[in-house]
Structure formats: C-alpha cells, structure tokens
Design a protein around this ligand. Sequence first.
Ligand SMILES: [Zn+2]
Length: 78
Amino acid sequence: MIDKSSTSSATRTALEVDCPTCGKKVPWTQENEFRPFCSKRCQMIDLGAWASEEYRIAEAEEKDKWSETEDERPKDSH
Ligand SMILES: [Zn+2]
C-alpha cells in the first residue's frame, strides 16, 4: 500500500527529458507544449534544422564573397 503510493508520486515528479536541440533538462509536463524541447525556439530549430542550415550556409558563402571582395581592395593606397 505505502509502496504503491510512493511509486506513483515519484513517477509524477521525476519526469524530465533532455532538449534534443540544446540538451537542457526539460520537465515533461502538460504545461510544456514544446516538449521534449525546452522552448519554441529549440522546437523550431529542430523542425527546420536541415532547411535553415542550408540557408545559413548559402548566406555565409554570400557574405564571405562580399567580405573577400572588400578585402581585396587595396587599402594601403593612403
Ligand atoms: Zn532547448
């Protein structure tokens, strides 16, 4: 009897998961609508991971080209 009630209370309190995106401990509760993620941000990151990553790489390459072009400009003509 006593054992049964203690087990159920432990199950209620000790439910935690690691956020798949940032690894933060996330309480698995009904209030947490983003579970198993810690926040909406982490959920969005995981859902759009492959897409946003591709976009980010493309963007970075674009910026790299731009900064390279600026770097190539002779600055020591002063
Ligand atoms: Zn997170």
